[in-house]
Ligand binder design. Sequence first.
Ligand code: CS2
Length: 505
Amino acid sequence: MASSSTPPLSAKTPGILRRAATPAPGIVHLGLGNFHRAHQAVYTDAAITSRGGDWGIIGVSSRSSALPDAMHAQDMLYTVVEISPEGSTFSVPQVHTDAFVAARNPDRVIAAIGDAATRIVSLTVTENGYNYTPATGSLNLQDPAVQHDLANCISPGTPIGQIVRGLQRRARTHAEPVTVLSCDNLADNGHHTQRLVREFASMLPAAEAAETLAWIDSHVSFPSSMVDRIVPATTDQYRMLVAEQRGYADLIPVPAEPFTMWIVEDNFIAGRPAWEAGGAVFSSDVASYEQLKVRLLNGTHSLIAYLGALSGAATIPESVTQTHIELAARSVLKNEYLPSVSVPAGVDVDAYEEQLFSRWRNTALGHRTSQVGSDGSVKLRQRIPLPALQMLDDGRIPQLLALTTAAYLSCIAPLGGFNPGTHAEAMEDPARPLLAGLAARSRSGRELAGMVLGDHHLLGEELAQRTDFIERTGQLIDIIHSSGPLAAIADASDPSPHAAIGSTQ
Ligand code: CS2
């Protein structure tokens, strides 16, 4: 840690400010976390440096006050630490104008979104933050937080509720248009967000619903965007590094890999920063980039995380450098994810694959398997069903997608007597209580897979009908439980004894 004599980071830190003043706010960001601070904030900083504009960011965190408090204590500054085996580089974005906690200041969120000066409301609230049902893609009306927000117009707690209430404030007070920009790993995230916002609005009392929907349809745009940068959790290691190498104490540095990418649909109804100055690419083909990334990167990442955790690997590099896991990862990427993707023009898939493996092998980053493995119930729904269904329709069992599912369930919902290890136990998942309850009632992996995928539609309604996929997932759970992840990888890589399963559908 920094010693007590290390001065705290602040606007007075010598040489830290690159601009006389942070511009006035034009963006309200929901989900003030590490990813936002190492991604959109960095692009916004470059845009303001190069072209100016009132694009300061008001950062809103949903419940925790740790980041807003530290941001205020440090005059809204923090360090992005770019980590690679060759060394580290440091930068301090100067874009945030304010930061606060939504749960403590619900009206402030509505006021910020409703403010005429706000021209973009952006989100990094994770796949889990949209309060929707992964199986159907619709707003989860059983969720008490959604019910609360529909009934209560002054203290919304869900991002979708906050956005709709903020948009209603705009409609009533000045009617200036605004863009809602999702930066989460969801296929077609612009339409996804628009659909949920409209669904929420349509559940309001009839006259209010009609008015709100009409206003949203004519005053709000919802571009899609594909975001990419590996950003692990902050640890004392990074605080120490900053203190040693920069000479100030930063409570909230953000570690990030050197690689960064942002592909954005250029559909901003009220203007936008010149994010291209930071390397963002504006494209009409975001959907292909999103598919490529959510499947090849995120999908393969899940397999590496779950098999790694089950093999005792604390980090992604420790996992992917085990030969059998690397082979499984290459195979799922090439043979099961890639055929389902329409590769964007100009992308060289072989080079993309090699780049992914070298990013995953970045040992200096220490990206934890438990971090990537968290929220699998929401993430896998985005990653697995479409490629799996496509292969099943072609008469082939997606062995490694079934293995990813089996490894996930073995981590989160182990059957009695099986210990998945500390890294699996550290994974958080909103479905953990449900899945653990189902595991407690199952006598085998087959039963568990039947209940989770078949009865509870964890991977959607269509895959719930595919008994061949469910059966294979169940077998692989049983192999993981009886003989370990290595045996399951071998079995999934050479599945000939199970060929008959393909004919059960
Ligand atoms: C990861 C992502 O946690 C996960 O599921 O796959 O956070 C991944 O690191 C980022 O999407 C990289 O851009």
